[in-house]
Structures are given as C-alpha cells and as structure tokens.
Design a protein around this ligand. Structure first.
Ligand SMILES: Nc1ncnc2c1ncn2[C@@H]1O[C@H](COP(=O)(O)OP(=O)(O)OP(=O)(O)O)[C@@H](O)[C@H]1O
Ligand SMILES: [Mg+2]
Length: 461
C-alpha cells in the first residue's frame, strides 16, 4: 500500500516537483503571452497602417462611402473634424474620436482607446493618421482597431494555461510513479520487518538486486537480524542453562529435606544440614555470578583508577595459599586504568581454574607489550582442545572432564572474566602453549604513568 501521508517522501517529492514545474511553466507562459501580446499589437497597428495606405491615394476624390476592407472601420475627417468619408458601418455617424489639437501637436500618428468610441460597440483603439497632401489642409484618417490585452488573445491564454497544467500534471505523475518504484523495496523491507516477531527471528528482509543504498539498508537490516537472532538464541540457551543449574541443587535439597521429614529417626541431621548448606552455597554462588553478569551486561559504569597491574597481581597471589607451585614473573609500573575489584575478580577466576586443573605448577606473568599491558596465567594441566577455546567463554559451559572433576563450578567464571576484560576495552583469550592452558589478558596501558620497568621474579609454593 502506498504511503499517502503528507509527510511521506513520495508525497513531498511529488509536491515539490509539481511546485517547481508549475513555477517554471508560469514563467515560460508569461514570456510566451507577452510575446504573443506584442505580436498581436503589431498586427493591429499594421492593419491601421494598411487602412491609411488604402485611403491615402484616393483622398483628393473621396467617395462618401469607403469600400469595406480587412483593416477595420475607417473615417476620414476634414480640418473641422467633420466626417467626409466612412466605411459602410460608420456612414452618417459622428467621428469615432476627437483628438483635440495641441500647440505642440506635431505627431503624424496618434491613438486613443475608447470604450466604446462613437458609433461602435465595445472597446476599440482609434488610430488617427494625418494627411498633409490634401489641398484643404491637414485631414485625418481614423482607423478603429481592436484593443489587444498584454497576453494577446484568449486563445493564447488558454493555450498557455492548458500546456502548463498538462506539463505540471505529467511531471507530478511521473515523479510519483518513479519515487513509488524506487521506494517499493523499502516498503517491502518495512513490511517484512513489521511481521518479524520472536517466533520468526529466522526471517530476513528482501535484498534488491540494484539500488546500492537500499541494498545496503537491506543487508544492514539482515545483519542486525542475524545478531538479534544470535543474541536471542544465546539468551534462550542462557535462560535454560540457568534454570537447569538452579533447579539441580534445589531438587537435591528438597529430596534430602523430604527424606529427613519422612524418616526423622534414621536421619543424620548434622550430615543432612551440611549437605543442604552446600546446596544453598552453590545456589548463592550461581545467583551472585548471574547478578555480576547482569551488571556487566547492563554496562553499568565503574570506577577507573590508575592501577599497577604487576602490584595488583602480586598482592592477590600473596593473599592466598595454593596446592601447587606458583611461578611469578611480574613487571611493575605496568599501569592500566580500571576497576581494581573487577580486575581482581577476573584474576581470581583464572587462578581458581588454573589451580583446579594444574598438575604441579602455575606461572603468572605481567608485562608491558607496546601500548598494551598483558597478564598470562599458564598451568601444566590437560589444557584445551582447539574447538573448546572459544566455547569455554560461553555462559554455563563446563567441559565434561571438569564436571566430573569438580561439580562445584557454575560455568560462569570465564564468561564473567571475558566480560570484565571487554568492559575495560581489553581481550581475554586462550593461546597456544607447550603444555596445559595459557590464558592471556590484554588491556590498554596508561602511557602517562609509564616509568622505567622494574622486575619481580619469584617462585613460591
Ligand atoms: N585452566 C583450565 N584448564 C582446563 N580446563 C579449564 C581451565 N579453566 C577452565 N576450564 C574449563 O572451562 C570450563 C569453564 O570454566 P569457568 O571458569 O567458566 O567455569 P567453572 O570453573 O566450571 O565454574 P566457575 O568458575 O563459575 O566456578 C570449566 O568447567 C573447565 O571445564
Ligand atoms: Mg572457573
């Protein structure tokens, strides 16, 4: 359905074109009519001259009734303004016009427009031309010619109006159709977008073959739909994984509580309370991680303090004890701007994982790498298969081996760590390593605080 709204591009373009076409047509029409008016006036004056030329040769022997001609009604007046000869319609009538002589009246030809002149109907211009050759004095030949308006004649006027209306209408219809044809793909895109709902996120808008701009619009809309579909699928997976992970401990706790209620005498209450508390702790951990992710997703603003990454990592490592050997290679004065708590959270997630999977050693290093600060956490565990290197950053991803190894993990740690890295305009990736897993965090370095580097290397268990 075409959009008839007055603010629509189609309506506005059509009205603008019609207005411009009308103005141009009016301009040309005025020029044409002025030209036509001037030509008609010249023709009328030529008729007056022709009348004079017809009468002049017979002026000495004038008949009372002049023969009718194509030039118009004629009267010949003597020196006393008496009609001495006239064309048939004016015989016996008074002079059509009297031109009072003035002292400075030397003009051979003079004219007046009268509405009507004596003896005639309607408006006429009376052209009076002097005859000097008559023996009785200066006689006048008066010829009545039609009054010519500035536009020439009604025929010229109607012709100009008709052609202008025709051209303006043709231009408006042409532009209306052309814009409609141009906008048809946009309309098709709009219709398709309007019909896409959550249940039809796999639908895509039609991409026109030509019209580069509209093609680009359609491709951008489709790319946006791709992203939306991806985000929606991810959200669905996340919701179902989250409900599954929340339901498992709840189901387990409920079974334990029901069993205790049914067989209170046979229940080891201390053990049962311990088990239920572990379930509650797991629920609490999941909910806390979900909240953290929700805040990171909402891009909630956070503080950005200049932080020495080496020092921050060093103090976190010193705070805890590990079941494996820790090798430190921490350059100091590698400054970043960020939220210390969140960076620490990222580091703790990487260290927890590394400790869980390392066989005997974890290497942690911090160094400056051009405009970036990099942190590496390397363990000597089983590492990752290549196809899992990106997957483990998805929410609720726990690889099978670790599910059996440690059921306590929520599968949200690495997703949170990557969100924190990206919120600081950085990256967190898994890189190749000879043995085990090698996590690499890269953050923009704060150049203003860069100073000569000092080096802390240490090995501790
Ligand atoms: N250093 C590592 N070596 C081998 N596998 C790892 C390592 N770190 C993480 N993984 C794998 O990636 C999965 C996802 O890790 P992630 O930190 O996101 O979740 P989690 O450790 O299971 O739970 P959470 O950290 O939320 O307590 C882990 O379940 C584990 O299978
Ligand atoms: Mg983890």
């Amino acid at each position: 359905m075409p959009n008839w709204n007055r603010s629509s591009l189609r309506a506005r373009t059509t009205s603008a074109t019609a207005a411009v076409a009308a103005l141009v047509c009016i301009g040309f029409s005025v020029l044409f009519l002025m030209f036509a008016g001037s030509k008609e006036t010249d023709d009328a004056q030529a008729r007056a001259t022709a009348g004079w030329a017809r009468v002049l040769p017979i002026s000495r022997h004038l008949p009372a009734v002049l023969p009718a001609g194509n030039d118009g009604p004629i009267q010949v007046l003597d020196t006393h303004n008496r009609v001495v000869a006239a064309t048939p319609g004016l015989v016996g009538k008074p002079p059509m016009a009297i031109f009072p002589p003035t002292p400075s009246d030397t003009a051979v030809r003079t004219q007046r427009t009268l509405c009507p002149p004596a003896g005639l109907k309607g408006c006429k211009t009376i052209v009076s031309i002097k005859i000097y050759t008559h023996p009785e004095g200066v006689w006048l030949i008066d010829v009545a010619i039609p009054v010519i308006p500035w536009y020439g004649s009604s025929t010229d006027l109607f012709l100009a109006i008709g052609v202008s209306v025709l051209i303006t209408t043709m231009m408006a219809v042409g532009v209306f159709r052309a814009v409609g044809k141009t906008l048809a793909p946009v309309d098709a895109i709009r219709t398709e977008l309007a019909e896409i709902t959550v249940t039809g996120l796999d639908r895509r808008v039609p991409v026109p073959g030509n019209q580069a701009e509209v093609k680009l619009l359609a491709e951008t809309a489709n790319a946006t739909l791709d992203r939306l579909e991806g985000a929606y699928q991810q959200l669905r997976r996340f919701t179902s994984d989250a409900s599954h992970d929340l339901r498992s401990p709840i189901t387990a706790m409920r079974a334990q509580l029901e069993e205790a209620r049914m067989y209170p005498q046979d229940t080891d209450w201390a053990k049962m309370t311990e088990a239920v508390l572990a379930g509650v702790e797991r629920l609490q951990a999941i909910v806390t991680d979900l909240l953290t992710l929700a805040r990171l997703d909402a891009r909630a603003p956070f503080t950005r303090d200049p932080t020495d990454l080496g020092r921050l990592v060093g103090s976190e490592l010193d705070r805890r004890t590990y079941r494996v050997e820790i090798v430190k290679d921490l350059r100091q004065n590698v400054f970043i701007e960020g939220d210390r708590l969140r960076i620490t959270r990222l580091l703790v997630n990487l260290l927890d994982n590394a400790e869980r999977h390392a066989t005997s050693q974890i290497t942690v290093s911090v160094r400056a790498d051009g405009p970036t600060a990099s942190l590496e956490v390397i363990d000597d565990g089983a590492g990752f298969a290549a196809e899992h290197r990106e997957k483990v950053f998805e929410r609720f991803t726990r690889l099978d081996a670790s599910r059996s190894r440690d059921a306590g993990g929520t599968g949200l740690g690495l997703a949170i760590a990557r969100e924190i890295a990206e919120a600081h305009q950085g990256t967190l990736t898994i890189q190749d390593s000879e043995r085990g897993a090698r996590f690499v965090l890269r953050l923009p370095r704060t150049p203003s605080l860069s100073r000569p580097l000092t080096h802390v290397a240490d090995t501790r268990s």
